[in-house]
Design a protein around this ligand. Structure first.
Ligand code: FMN
Length: 203
C-alpha cells in the first residue's frame, strides 16, 4: 500500500498554498492508495498556520471539491487523511475534528514532529533546529490521540504516529483509539522486524 504525503512548496506563500495542494492532489491521485495532507511539518515556514480554523476550512473545502472531480474522472475514490502537529492547543482539537467531518476527510494522522524542546531539556543537541521525533514525542502523541478520540468517538479513524517503538506501544495506541499506526524513528532503533511485530498486535 502506498500513501503519499502532500504539502505546499517551501517558497509558496501560505496565502497561495491551496493551489499547491490542488496540483499535488491531481498528480498523485491515480498513483496513491491514500493521500495525506501535511499541514504540520515544522520545517516549512507557515505550513502550520494552515491548521487554523479559517485556513483549514478553506483548504479542506478546496480538497473536497478537487477530490470530487478526480472521482468523476477516474471512477474511484482514494482516502484522504489530514496530518496534524502535536503542538496544538486544547481548543484547536474540537475545531479540527468538526472540519474533518464537514469536509468528509477520511482519516486523521496524529502526529507530526514537535517543536517542544522541554522534552529534551539539557540535551547537548536540544537547540538544533527542526522537528523532534521518536521517544521524546511519545507521550505528546499519545495525549493528542486520546484527545482526538474523545471528540471523534470513532466517527473518523485515527492513524497514530510518534514515538512508537514496540508492539506494546502499538497495543496501547489501539487502546487509546487508534485504528492504524505509522512507524518512522522506531524503525531506525528497532529495524524492520518492528513492522512484523506491530502488524501482529490484536486487541
Ligand atoms: C527526518 C524526518 C523527515 C520527516 N519528513 C516528513 C515529511 O516530509 N512529511 C511529514 O508529514 N512528516 C514528516 N516527518 C514526520 C514523521 O512522518 C512522523 O510523523 C514523526 O517523525 C513522528 O513519528 P516517529 O516518532 O515514529 O518518527 C519526518 C520525520 C523525520 C524524523
Amino acid at each position: 500500500m502506498l500513501g503519499i504525503n502532500i504539502g505546499k512548496n517551501l517558497h509558496t506563500p501560505v496565502d497561495n498554498a491551496i493551489s499547491d495542494y490542488r496540483i499535488c492532489l491531481q498528480k498523485v491521485y491515480p498513483l496513491a492508495d491514500y493521500i495525506s495532507l501535511n499541514v504540520s511539518s515544522p520545517n516549512t515556514p507557515g505550513l502550520r498556520d494552515l491548521q487554523g480554523e479559517s485556513a483549514l476550512d478553506e483548504l479542506l473545502y478546496a480538497i473536497d471539491e478537487t477530490r470530487k472531480s478526480l472521482q468523476d474522472q477516474y471512477q474511484f475514490n482514494r482516502p484522504i487523511a489530514l496530518k496534524v502537529a502535536p503542538d496544538l492547543d486544547d481548543d484547536e482539537i474540537p475545531v479540527i475534528a468538526e472540519l474533518l467531518k464537514k469536509h468528509q476527510i477520511d482519516a486523521l494522522i496524529a502526529t507530526n514532529t514537535t517543536l517542544d524542546r522541554s522534552l529534551v531539556q539539557g540535551h547537548s543537541n536540544a537547540i538544533q533546529a527542526g522537528g523532534l521525533s521518536g521517544e521524546a514525542l511519545c507521550q505528546k502523541s499519545r495525549d493528542l490521540l486520546s484527545q482526538f478520540h474523545q471528540v471523534l468517538q470513532g466517527e473518523i479513524p485515527i492513524i497514530s504516529v510518534g514515538g512508537i517503538n514496540s508492539a506494546e506501544e502499538v497495543r496501547l495506541r489501539m487502546q487509546l483509539g487508534a485504528s492504524l499506526v505509522q512507524l518512522y524513528t522506531g524503525l531506525i532503533y528497532q529495524g524492520p522486524k518492528l513492522v512484523r511485530e506491530a502488524a501482529a498486535v490484536r486487541l
